[in-house]
Design a protein around this ligand. Sequence first.
Ligand code: HEC
Ligand code: HEC
Ligand code: HEC
Ligand code: HEC
Length: 361
Amino acid sequence: MKTKCCFRVGFHEGSPATLLGRQVGAALLFSLLTASCYAEDVTKLPEIRCNPANVLGSESCAKCHEKELSQWKLTPHHGTFELLHRKPEAKAIAKKLGLKSVKRNDLCVSCHYTRQLVDERVRIVSGISCESCHGAAKNWLASHNDYGGPAATKEDESAEHRQQRIEASVAAGMNNPSNLYLVARQCLACHTTPEEQLVNVGGHPAGSSEFELVSWSQGIVRHNFLRTNGTSNGTLSLEQLRVMYAVGVMADLEASFRALAKATTRATFGIASAQRAARMKHKLYAIDQLVDDPNIKRALAVALAEPLKLNRGEALSAAADRIGQAAYRFAAEADGESLVPLDPLLPSPEKYRMGNETSKQ
Ligand code: HEC
Ligand code: HEC
Ligand code: HEC
Ligand code: HEC
C-alpha cells in the first residue's frame, strides 16, 4: 500500500487555494523523496503526560509567543493553578481518596498542574500549560522553528525542509498542531478522566461530558497568532473546522475506549465511560453517513466490532490504538473542502466555551 505523507504542509498560512496548491506540490515532492511515514503506529507518538525533566515552562515560550502566552493566561487552564487547591470540592475529593493535599500527589497533579525539574527537585510550576498540550519542550524547542540555520527565514524554506522540520519536532516529543490529532488526544486524555478510583471513590466528575473539540478549542482557548503574523487572534477556516470536528470525535472515541478499558466495576466511572463511547460511536456513524472517507470507515469498523463492557481491558485498548491510528491519518490526509456535508454538525460560535461555564468560583 502506498504511504502518504503524514502532515498537511502549509496548514497555517495562505488562502485555501494557494494552501491546497502547495500541499499537493509538497506531497508529490515528498512522496518522491521518501516513501516512509515515521509514525504509522500511535504507540510511537510522544508520551501523553509530560516528563518533568523535559519541561521548560511557559516563560520559555514568551520570547517568541508572547501573545499566545497572554491568551493562555485568560483560560481556566492557567487559572486552576491559583484556584483549585482552595476549592472545598477539591479538598473533599482529595480527602475521600486519603490524599492530604491537592498539590502534593501524583494524581491531581497529572491533570491539573505542570511539573518541572528545578535544581534537581520536581516542582509544580503552573496549571495546565503550553507543554501540557504541545509536549515537554526540551528536545524540540531549538528545532521546531529552525528554518535551516541561523540565517534562514520562513520565506526561503523549501516544502521538503518544512516537512522534515515538523516530523523531527514530533519525533522529539512535540505535539505539533500541524497534525491536529496530536493535540486533540492530549485534551481527551484529561477531559475523559480515565481514573476509576478518582471518580468512584473521590466523587470527581466523570470527564467533561459535553466536550466537543471545535467549541472547546475555539473560544477562550484559541490562540492563532502565527496565521495572522501576530496581528490578531485569527479564526480557523471552515475547511479546518470540518477536519477538527471529525478529529475531535475520533480522539474522543479513542479516549473513551481507553477509559472504559480501565473500568472494573458497574459504578459511575464504568457507566459514564461506556455511555460516552457509545455516544461517540453514534457521532462517528453520523459523520460516515455524510462523507466517504477511508479513515473514518476504518475507525468506525473497529468501534462497531467492540462490545462496550467492563473488564475488556486488552481488547478495548487494542481497539483504541487502531482508532487513534485512523484519527492520526485522517488529520494528516483529510481535505476540508471535501467535507462540506459536515457543516450542519459544526457547533455555532455562540456555543464556543468561554471558560466560565463550569469553573464557578
Ligand atoms: C526563538 C523563538 C521561539 C521560541 C522560544 C518558541 N517558539 Fe514556537 N514557534 C516559533 C516560530 C518562528 C514558529 C513558526 C514555525 C513555522 O513557521 O512553522 C513556531 C511555531 C510553534 C507552534 C506551531 C507549529 C505549527 O506548525 O503549527 C507551536 C505549537 C509552538 N511554536 C509552540 C511553542 C512552545 C510551547 C514554546 C515554549 C515551550 C515555543 N513554541 C517556543 C518560534 C519560537
Ligand atoms: C485525568 C485527569 C484528571 C485528574 C487525574 C484529576 N482531575 Fe480534576 N478535573 C479534570 C478535568 C478535565 C476537569 C474539568 C471537568 C469539567 O468541568 O469539564 C476537572 C475538574 C475538577 C474540579 C471541578 C472544577 C472546578 O474548578 O470547580 C475539581 C474540584 C477537581 N477537578 C479536583 C481534582 C482533584 C482534587 C484531583 C485529585 C484527587 C483531580 N481533580 C484529579 C481532570 C482531572
Ligand atoms: C489546552 C491546550 C493548549 C494549550 C494549553 C496551549 N496550546 Fe497552543 N495550540 C493548541 C491547539 C489545539 C492548537 C491548534 C488549533 C488551533 O489553531 O486553534 C494550538 C496552536 C498553537 C500554535 C500555532 C497556531 C498559530 O497560528 O499561532 C502556537 C504557536 C501555539 N499553539 C503555541 C502555544 C503556546 C506558546 C502556549 C502556552 C502559552 C500554548 N500554545 C498553549 C492547544 C494548546
Ligand atoms: C493536562 C490536562 C488537560 C489538557 C491536556 C487539556 N485540558 Fe482542558 N481542562 C483541564 C482541567 C483540569 C480543566 C478544569 C480547570 C478548572 O476549572 O479548575 C479544564 C478546563 C477546560 C475548559 C474550561 C471548562 C469549560 O467547562 O468550559 C475548556 C474550554 C478546556 N479545558 C478545553 C480544552 C481543550 C480544547 C484542550 C485541548 C486542546 C484541553 N482542554 C486540554 C485539563 C486539561
